[in-house]
Ligand binder design. Structure first.
Ligand code: NAI
Length: 442
């Protein structure tokens, strides 16, 4: 279902009318395309406090490799990176205001503001912890007020090189619908720079569940674009669509109900001898009812597809060595699992469970198998599922976020591809919302 309002506000009369009526004015977002794969223009590099990331092979070198023209001053930056890792007290926190206050208005449409902070557990003093935590309120508020399709993100890190894939993702059109997020780097698995940043998954194998349509199809296509050989899994009832997706991507179709007791064994049997590099748990269902009206079957079917099968297949693959060292697991949560939603006690329980799995398994999987475990938590994404939502609820879902529009399946797919990247070994145990900073949830 096309977002006609977004198209209308892109016209001159539409802009005039919606401004006069005080209605939301979403900006059409700049997304990745083969013709325009990256931003062009200036990256304004600012700092507050004395940064520990400075140094010959530090942040400046990583920013230079993004391809943007890094400047200390810029009239119209496409992106601003404010290094606030050196903010230790109220005075250095004021430098955050002093640095960004004069420049926020000049950031280009659909541009980026990225604030770098220190991990909270590295603070030497409670004042430092307080002002580093303060950056979260700052970033989330700026994301809500900046407008013009600009996203604002806080990245916590100690080593700029371990954050290179993340900085490249955030400083590209691939992260168009990720805003208001706090992402931590560190404590993960090995970081491997790819031979070719345009084909980071070359020679790797990825399995995507629920790949016959919607977000899963977009994930499989994006991982294939990045060079992966894709195994596309979906229920046997979707075999025709699945074959067509797998055929188009030069991959392999795996018609299989992920809740089958032998699903793990059948996946293992379908893998190449080197094992799997990327496992994307995307298959999911909803069976909405308020708890008073919810039959046990609605509860068990949702928990079985969305959580129990994720637990079972993850365990089966890890214990049998089915995931190669350097492997990546990306599961799919939902903002409904973080915020709660009337009529979705089953669905929200399953998706909160996914977030719990990710946080608990991540350190062990990295230590024992060299595998990272993260989740994407989509907000309102334009799919067949959301097209079936009644008009007014659909409009509310689309507009109630900082970007004033729904996301596209490709937004979730690009975020998954960043988490699946060989250089994203430092990103572990994160639940990253792809929601345009939805008003729902934290
Ligand atoms: P969709 O309904 O369009 O696609 C889901 C796919 O999973 C279908 O192809 C389906 O056949 C497959 N599937 C379902 N049960 C399966 C099973 N037992 N075994 C194998 N495959 C199975 O859904 P959509 O919108 O693409 O969602 C994908 C994921 O993203 C789901 O986990 C969903 O909960 C999550 N999500 C979606 C949001 C949205 O706005 N569309 C928002 C938040 C989360």
């Amino acid at each position: 279902m096309a977002d006609r309002y977004l198209s209308f506000t892109g016209t001159t009369p539409g802009r005039f009318l919606t401004r006069r009526l005080g209605l939301p004015q979403p900006t059409a977002l700049h997304r990745w395309s083969a013709e325009h794969p990256s931003f062009t223009g200036e990256l304004l590099h600012l700092s507050a406090g004395k940064s520990p990331l400075d140094g010959p092979d530090g942040l400046a070198a990583v920013l230079d490799r993004t391809g943007l023209a890094v400047r200390a001053r810029s009239e119209r930056p496409v992106a601003v990176v404010l290094d606030a890792t050196g903010v230790t007290d109220i005075d250095t926190l004021a430098e955050v205001h002093a640095a960004l206050h004069p420049v926020v208005r000049s950031v280009a449409r659909s541009g980026r503001v990225i604030v770098l902070g220190a991990p909270l557990d590295t603070a030497d003093h409670h004042h430092q912890a307080a002002v580093q935590q303060a950056l979260e309120g700052f970033v989330r508020s700026l994301g809500k007020e900046i407008g013009r399709g600009i996203t604002v993100t806080l990245l916590r890190l100690t080593d700029a090189n371990a954050a290179e894939s993340t900085l490249r993702f955030l400083l590209s059109p691939k992260s168009a619908y990720v805003s208001g997020q706090v992402i931590g780097i560190g404590g993960g698995a090995e970081v491997t720079a790819p031979a070719d940043w345009a084909l980071p998954l070359a020679g790797r194998t990825a399995l995507v569940t629920g790949a016959a349509r919607g977000i899963g199809e977009a994930v499989a296509a994006t991982l294939a674009r990045d060079g992966a050989r894709v195994l596309c899994l979906d229920v046997p009832g979707a075999a025709v669509e699945l074959d067509s997706v797998a055929g188009r991507l030069g991959g392999t179709a795996l018609p299989l109900d992920i809740t089958a007791p032998d699903a793990g064994a059948r996946i293992l049997a379908a893998l190449p001898s080197e094992g799997l590099d990327v496992l994307v748990h995307n298959a999911g269902i909803t069976r909405d009812r308020r708890l008073v009206n919810m039959a046990a079957e609605r509860w068990s079917s949702v928990l079985d597809v969305n959580l129990a099968s994720v637990l079972r297949t993850t365990d089966a693959l890890l214990s049998a060595g089915g995931l190669a060292t350097g492997g990546r697991i990306v599961a799919t949560a939902s903002i409904a699992g973080l915020a709660g939603n009337a009529g979705q006690t089953n669905y929200a329980a399953s998706k909160a469970g996914v977030a719990g799995l990710v946080r608990a398994l991540a350190p062990n999987a990295a230590a024992e198998h060299g595998v990272t475990v993260n989740a994407v938590a989509p907000g309102f994404i334009e799919t067949k599922m959301t097209a079936a939502v009644p008009l007014f609820i659909r409009e509310a879902g689309r507009r109630m976020n900082s970007l004033g529009q729904g996301g596209l399946p490709v937004d979730v797919a690009e975020t998954t591809a960043w988490l699946a990247h060989p250089a994203s070994g430092g990103v572990n145990g994160q639940v990253v919302r792809v929601c345009g900073q939805s008003l729902l949830g934290a």
